[in-house]
Design a protein around this ligand. Structure first.
Ligand code: SF4
Ligand code: SF4
Ligand code: FES
Length: 504
């Protein structure tokens, strides 16, 4: 460790780090465009200037290694003057069209300009114009006039995806970001350039102009697109007289799982989540009162005591799995997690995307839930009632003539609702909390509360209603069942960070 003084305050920092990394890590605001922790330094924007005692001129913090005893000033008059001059340069040809820019509210340029900008332009010459709303592929729209040429987007396609679709064309004030002729931006992680772009030059055609960002409420969630379980922000908003709606997913930094990025498939999967919200129970295809339908489930379970089979999705949370196990035990029912549908060999790659599309398959191992095909065949052959939870593949059981009752408990209506004697809706992935284990064995907590404004219960609440118990929170379920299985890790620990389970 080294000790440095920043604006008259001594701080301890890592001595092998870059100055900007440690300043940002210590909550000291340093304006920057081109530096990004995932892409490193480039030194082109000059926004991160600081004054270092003993140096004649201001230095860029993104290319200055820490030295013990350094004395740094980040807010002196001369630094403010330098920042103002750099911003004036950046804005010479910028349209300053914040009111109609989709980045407004989360734009670094707008923020720095409001802090130290020169509000009166000293230029009388016409601004150099660039191309506006250029579709460069992969749902990304480019406005060349707003670009500050930080090259984050170019370096992302060069260093992270290694697809190299973007480049800088021309020189001086005619320099623009562009794609090569006939080669649009096209890679499975392309939309990350929208998050990387510090200004409104790259925006998402999927999100732009749908909602002003200051209306959005960001919840911390886990993507359920595949077994990687990337950390995301779930940006949602409930307007008056409307349902709470998710407008976008954004990557949430997690050095143990996904770093700074997510894939485009996962990012756009919020649309399925918005669609998957069936709030009405059904009995043989006819709408039913929720309470009546739950009562019917209890009657069916009693009638087929010892002859029911619960078939679970590998994407349920640990809390849901353990609660269903309890319910199955009460009714002396069999339980299986066998599933072949949640695999797509074409989906996986060697970066984040995994071919196993389930969110919590490792939960089956932890909770001893059988997922072998041979056992499922045996259980199905001896059962009269089938209860599918979080999945919709009952048609595969048509050959078992002994199964006379089929029940579906799911977030969305089954495709062939008429084949079920009973359908009970449950809360979707983004409208309830829960713990999950990802493909690499990281135990993590998903805390989102998108409320669809319906009476729909969570799966855990359905179980407690059937068992005529008080409803339980995740904390209750951990205390009751999970703490004795997951030793040395507590729910409160995984609320802070993902933790690798040594036993998996
Ligand atoms: S488009 Fe955005 S990320 Fe790319 S160089 Fe311009 S400002 Fe930077
Ligand atoms: S890699 Fe998987 S978990 Fe991560 S964002 Fe993509 S689909 Fe979601
Ligand atoms: S962030 Fe340091 S020069 Fe751009």
């Amino acid at each position: 460790m080294a000790t440095i003084t920043v604006d008259d305050v001594e701080i301890k920092v890592k001595d092998d780090a870059l100055l900007i990394e440690e300043l940002l890590a210590n909550g000291i605001e340093i304006p920057h465009f081109c530096y990004h922790p995932a892409l490193g330094k480039d030194g082109n924007c000059r926004m991160c200037m600081v004054e270092i005692e003993g140096k004649k001129r201001p230095q860029i913090a993104c290319d200055t290694p820490i030295k013990d005893g350094m004395v740094i000033r980040t807010k002196s008059d001369s630094i403010q003057r330098v920042k103002r001059q750099i911003l004036e340069m950046e804005l010479i040809n910028h349209p300053i069209d914040c009111p109609v820019c989709d980045q407004a509210g989360e734009c670094s340029l707008q923020n720095y300009y409001m802090d130290v900008g020169l509000y009166e332009s000293r230029l009388s010459t016409t601004k150099t114009r660039g191309q506006k709303h250029v579709d460069i592929g992969a749902n990304v729209v480019l406005d060349q006039e707003r670009c500050v040429l930080c090259t984050r987007c170019v370096r992302f396609t060069k260093d992270i995806t290694k697809t190299k679709e973007l480049g800088v064309l021309n020189r001086t004030d005619h320099s623009v970001i562009t794609t090569f002729p006939g080669k649009p931006l096209s890679n499975p992680y392309a939309m990350n350039v929208v998050d990387l772009c510090p200004v409104g030059a790259l925006t998402s055609s999927d999100f732009r102009f749908h909602k002003r960002v200051w209306f959005l409420k960001p919840d911390e969630g886990i993507c359920n697109g595949c077994s990687k379980g990337c950390s995301i922000y779930v940006d949602h908003h409930k307007a008056k007289y409307e349902d709470d709606t998710i407008f976008r997913y954004r990557p949430r930094y997690n050095d143990r799982v996904n770093g700074y990025f997510i894939c485009d498939d996962g990012r756009l999967s919020y649309k399925i989540e918005n669609k998957n919200r069936d709030s009405y129970a059904q009995i043989r295809g006819n709408e039913s009162e929720h309470e009546y339908a739950t009562g019917k489930l209890v009657r069916l379970l009693k009638r087929h005591h010892g002859k029911a089979l619960f078939l679970l999705s590998p994407s349920l949370s640990l809390e849901e799995m353990v609660e269903v196990k309890r319910l199955a035990k009460y009714y002396d029912a069999k339980i299986s997690g066998y599933d072949i549908n949640e695999h797509d060999p074409k989906f996986g790659d060697d970066y984040l995307k995994c071919s196993d599309l389930s969110t919590n398959r490792r939960g089956f191992n932890l909770l001893d839930i059988d997922d072998k095909e041979a056992n499922l065949v045996e259980y199905a052959s001896g059962s009269e009632m089938l209860i599918l939870i979080g999945r919709d593949d009952a048609s595969g059981f048509d050959k078992y003539k002994n199964i006379s009752v089929k029940v579906s408990i799911n977030a969305s209506m089954p495709k062939s609702a008429e084949i079920y004697d009973l359908f009970l809706p449950m809360k979707t992935h983004m409208s309830r909390e829960g713990s999950f284990i990802n493909i690499d064995g990281y135990l993590q907590f998903h805390k989102t509360h998108v409320e669809y404004g319906t009476q729909t219960q969570s799966l855990c609440d359905i179980v407690t209603t059937v068992l005529e118990e008080q409803s339980s929170t995740c904390r209750d379920i951990w205390d009751k069942s999970l703490t004795s299985i997951i030793k040395n890790i507590d729910l409160e620990d995984i609320k802070k960070e993902s933790i690798k389970m040594s036993s998996l």
